[in-house]
Design a protein around this ligand. Sequence first.
Ligand SMILES: *Cc1c(COP(=O)(O)O)cnc(C)c1O
Length: 421
Amino acid sequence: MDKEFDQAHLWHPYTSLTNPTKNYPVESADGVYLNLTDGKRLIDGMSSWWCCIHGYNHPVLNQAVVDQLNKVSHVMFGGLTHEPAINLGKELLAITDESLNAIFFADSGSVAVEVAMKMASQYCFEQGLHEKNQFMTFSKGYHGDTFGAMSVCDPDTGMHHKFSKLLNQHIFVDAPHCGFDQAWDEKYLLEFEQQLVKNHKKIIAVIFEPIVQGTGGMNFYSPHYLKRVRALCDQYNVLLIFDEIATGFGRTGKLFAYEHADVVPDIMCLGKSLTGGYMTLSAVMCNSMISDGIGTNFMHGPTFMANPLACAVALASIKLLLSSDWQKTVNRIESQLTVELEINRQNPLVKDVRVLGAIGVIELLEPLDWTVFQDKMVEKGVWVRPFMNLLYLMPPFIIEAEQLTHITSALTATLNEEIPC
Ligand SMILES: *Cc1c(COP(=O)(O)O)cnc(C)c1O
């Protein structure tokens, strides 16, 4: 593989071409394993960034792609329609709250967030609510890298400060800090409530990641936030958008994170594991108050909207998930991570260890040199990709107990080695 070309010409996520980082060459992948060109096999602890819940090269998902490929791989969605979109749409309506009954298929998570923000603002426009021109969100959020999405990402951890002059200014309140199992106190929502009371006439919608804030800080928080935010949004006539791009499809132990609180948003974004990681696809779902309220044409329409290959594999992935005992599987991963990561609490570098569903996080006091850390993990046959001061795992659901132990023991061993900061 021409690694020199890769280093010289291909940007990787959040990297420099003048000071390139190392990229490991993948030849193929199967199950939980990434197969490198030098023959090394790595157990993937990341599910390729939350996506590959069924692992790689899954025969059922492969077949779904091949079957669709032999019919039509792509066709415009403007003026045409197809079975994969319709069947996926039916499945999404069946597995989400009955109030969510309109779907917009988009190309990626970031675009889904753009679409959700446009849906909410066009709704307000059509209602004559012309003073509304801002969104409200929690700090430590991550919603993607396009301009609308960037504008609601955490201003500090969101990696976007270099574009801040081009971003619309929205209202941020302190990230949720009542932990998932912690006793609720109204004080946790005081700042949020004050800001909402003060600014609700200007606020189109509140947007955030329910239960788990992902890339902005790997923060798990109490379902009470969702209940209270929903009630306040109703009281002050502000829309509610949940970004379930990372949390959707079982990752937190519920099919969707909003189920932890029995609270339903007006608009919801799905992506990442929607296709089992096979292809890029996202979906924005909304209730009929939004779709009826927009009434007229909704002004968005990507070229690759509802790509048939992506829809077909998404449907197959959801069916595969639902036909498995996924809840038991996620609970098993949760228990195992809880036991096996706990020992790291004794490490003086470690600030906190937390687990929810199939997500395990070791928060350090300071970031380490993750390149050195990653090399050491690769030597031990494990793929992880820590960021900031966060070392985190979200393995494919198909991972076996011994494979997961391989990951956690490699992590613990590496954390005990000499790693520069
Ligand atoms: C990854 C992510 C996005 C962005 O999705 P892309 O497909 O990378 O554009 C948005 N929101 C959340 C919560 C995410 O985890």
